[in-house]
Design a protein around this ligand. Structure first.
Ligand SMILES: [Zn+2]
Length: 286
């Protein structure tokens, strides 16, 4: 099953290829990589292709919870394999969060502090330490979800860390392109407290590299930028990748190989090329 997913992840990259040889100009993937307190998005930013988790029979606390289509399909595969490993108690309690609902959460929090007698400025600072300032929540991307369990009644607490779901996810989610986004030892870099329930879809091979190196997304992107060269990565299942950072939209030949170009944030691109080694992995589905 793992091998199948390596192939699927490679196809994630292949899907960035334009259909037909006529499309010579590379298209930037719709996936933007970085959403954090220093790289917010506008009120208008919405996922290009959201789907409800219910439509894929993923267990969610509300039928309206949505994720980006690709993130949702990999989540479906991940939860199916998790259940096959005997971990069946999970419940997605949050996915795509629109700007307006971030605004509502933020205003409610400010009002809570005002009600406790804090001044306006203080209330705002305190609120922003607990709730994301509107436009800076990774949930607006459609690539992030919060996962709880029925046992915990859908609440988000640090007990998730030791739950079977939390442990399985940390050990396996990178195989499906997901990362634990807000690690305990990275809070100063991410700007977000430790959240053992928050998982972010980032795709191959980035999720694996981030997890293997024990770094966070911000460190990974800085590393790629600082390298100033193409970084090779072999996933051990017959697919090799090369990754490089580009400051301007790169002129890559999409007809030569599988290339994905992801915008980092407001500027900068991550260019990922996948090469399938037929000697290691026959390209077939069963
Ligand atoms: Zn979250």
């Amino acid at each position: 099953m793992k091998k199948l997913f390596c192939l699927l992840l490679a196809l994630t990259l292949l899907s960035a290829l334009p259909l037909g040889a006529a499309a010579a100009v590379p298209e930037v993937s719709r996936m933007r990589l970085l959403f954090n307190p220093w790289n917010g998005v506008s009120e208008e930013y919405v996922p290009a292709d959201p789907v409800t988790l219910y439509s894929l029979s993923i267990r969610a606390s509300l039928s309206a919870i949505q994720l980006d289509r690709q993130a949702a399909h990999f989540a479906k595969a991940m939860f199916t394999d998790m259940a096959a490993d005997g971990v069946t108690d999970y419940m997605v309690v949050s996915g795509y969060r629109a700007y307006e609902s971030q605004q509502r959460l933020f205003t409610n929090k400010i009002n809570q502090y005002l009600g406790q007698g804090y001044g306006e400025q203080e209330a705002r600072v305190l609120a922003s330490s607990i709730v994301a300032v509107p436009g800076t929540s990774e949930h607006q991307s459609g690539y992030a979800m919060d996962i709880s369990t029925s046992k915990q009644g859908g609440t988000l607490t640090n007990a998730i860390e030791t739950s079977p779901m939390g442990q399985w996810m940390r050990a396996n989610c990178a195989d499906y392109g997901y990362i634990l986004r807000y690690a305990k030892d990275k809070t100063e870099i991410t700007g977000i407290v430790y959240e053992p329930w928050h998982f972010r879809f980032i795709g191959a091979p980035h999720a694996k590299i981030i997890t293997e190196r024990g770094i966070c997304l911000e460190e990974y992107l800085a590393l790629m930028k600082d390298q100033g060269r193409t970084v090779p990565y072999v996933d051990g299942d017959g697919i090799s990748y090369s990754i490089r950072y580009a400051t301007a939209l790169p002129d890559v030949d999409l007809n030569e190989s599988a290339v994905a170009v992801h915008a980092v944030a407001a500027e900068g691109y991550l260019v990922t090329t996948a090469q399938h080694n037929p000697l290691l992995t026959p390209l077939r589905w069963n």
